[in-house]
Design a binder for this molecule. Structure first.
Ligand code: AMP
Length: 401
């Protein structure tokens, strides 16, 4: 069985074709600048097939982008499948499922309507995801499609975790609550850790740190997300590449009054000019920050210190939420690759039974146990694979049809 996984943005579309049973990736790539000038990238994973990197292809709409992807996948010379009939289903990443979706679902008219109802909760993301689904329906009629939500995994959180301390009617009428994101990633790496340990996940208390451009920490008790750092939107929680994370909301009023800023301008600063970029003035990219800090840039050092400290405290808070911790996992760009940041974050948690092993920690982008033999808590690096989860969920749901 082959599943096409689609992650549609407003002017971009990432795709992967994979076999969820064998976990084999056949091809992946990216359509960029859809509706502008169109750039197409194709990376077949089969020897002898040619890669395309950001080549010019007119893609006025998402449907044209999907057509380009399909034509390339079945191309007699560089394609990886013989015909479209070898694509059994499509799995779509959908950012926000609100309280309507606690798991992945087969897409039908009702599901589309419900995803549309969630637009006010994710005004930038859900419309793009809907465009991607409609484009596939147009180009691949009759092929079953499944929606996999970033928020679904966190729907198990109890009210005490998700309720904000504001008048309850804002929850009841406006659905303002903590939703959490990166659910597919937290779910995948926690399952993977249980598999590696050979312990049923129901018996484990796991803290997952998804640290990338966007970052979040999740408390997973018995396989269920019970508290997470991202909130109503992905702006909450840890400081990120360009996002501020949690902050005193009065700062918004102060900036508007004292800098004569509109709410749009303030939100733009908090989303795009804050985080480690805002503090360091150097970059949102942690590789640049580590380099600048090593060269003596003080603000880069403060930005890294701040990021590590807040992540470190969040691990403590996630463990407190579960009255314990058995496993700590690092994943995503920073979590998988930066030994230095992992060590900074996980050091000073020996009171909870965590001991990171300096030598074992020198791994980049590969699955590894990085705690010492006498560490009660197992610490892992586990590369995330959201596309594989989307493909597996899609295959499972389609085969139940
Ligand atoms: P993601 O959003 O998961 O793609 O992660 C992107 C972030 O991972 C960027 O800030 C990158 O700088 C960071 N990253 C990738 N590789 C490394 C590395 N070797 N060391 C430090 N940070 C890295």
């Amino acid at each position: 069985m082959n599943i096409l996984v689609i992650n549609a943005g407003s002017s971009s579309l990432k795709y992967q074709l994979l076999n969820p049973d064998t976990k084999e990736l056949l091809a992946k790539g990216l359509c960029e600048r859809i509706g502008i000038d169109g750039k197409f990238t194709y990376k077949p994973q089969i020897a002898g097939k040619e890669t395309l990197s950001a080549v010019d292809v007119a893609m006025p709409t998402h449907a044209e982008a999907i057509k380009t992807v399909l034509n390339t996948l079945v191309d007699p010379k560089n394609g990886v499948i013989a015909s479209m009939s070898e694509i059994d289903a499509v799995g779509h990443r959908v950012v926000h499922g609100g309280e309507k979706f606690a798991c992945s679902v087969l897409i039908d008219d009702q599901v589309m309507a419900a995803i549309e109802e969630c637009i006010p909760l994710a005004p930038l993301h859900n419309p793009a995801n809907i465009t991607g689904i409609k484009a596939c329906e147009e180009v691949m009629p009759g092929v079953p499609m499944v929606a996999v939500f970033d928020t679904a995994f966190h729907q198990t959180m109890p009210a005490r975790s998700f309720i904000y301390a504001i008048p309850y009617e804002y929850y009841e009428n406006d659905h303002i609550r903590r939703y959490g994101f990166h659910g597919t990633s937290h779910h995948y790496v926690s399952q993977r850790a249980a598999e590696i340990l050979g312990t049923p996940i129901e018996l484990l208390k796991i803290v997952t740190c998804h640290l990338g451009n966007g970052s979040s920490v999740d408390a997973i008790a018995g396989g269920k997300s019970i508290d997470t750092s991202m909130g109503f939107t992905p702006l909450d929680g840890l400081p990120m590449g360009t996002r501020c994370g949690s902050l005193d909301v009065s700062i918004i009023e102060y900036l508007m009054e004292n800098h004569n800023m509109s709410i749009e301008e303030v939100m733009n600063v908090l989303n795009k000019k804050s985080g480690v970029l805002g503090v360091s003035g150097v970059s949102s990219d942690f590789r640049d920050l580590e380099k600048a800090a090593a060269e003596g840039n003080e603000r880069a050092k403060v930005a890294i210190d701040m990021f590590c400290y807040k992540t470190h405290k969040r691990i403590g808070s996630a463990a407190a939420a579960m009255n314990g911790i058995d496993v700590l996992i690092f994943t995503a760009g920073v979590g998988e690759n930066s030994a230095e940041l992992r060590e900074k974050i996980a050091s000073g948690l020996d009171f909870m039974g965590l001991k990171i092993d300096h030598t074992r920690n020198q791994v980049h982008g590969e699955e590894a146990l990085i705690s010492t033999d006498d560490s009660r808590v197992k610490i892992f690096v586990i590369p995330t694979n959201e596309e594989l989860v989307i493909a597996q969920d899609t295959a499972r749901i389609v085969s139940q049809k």
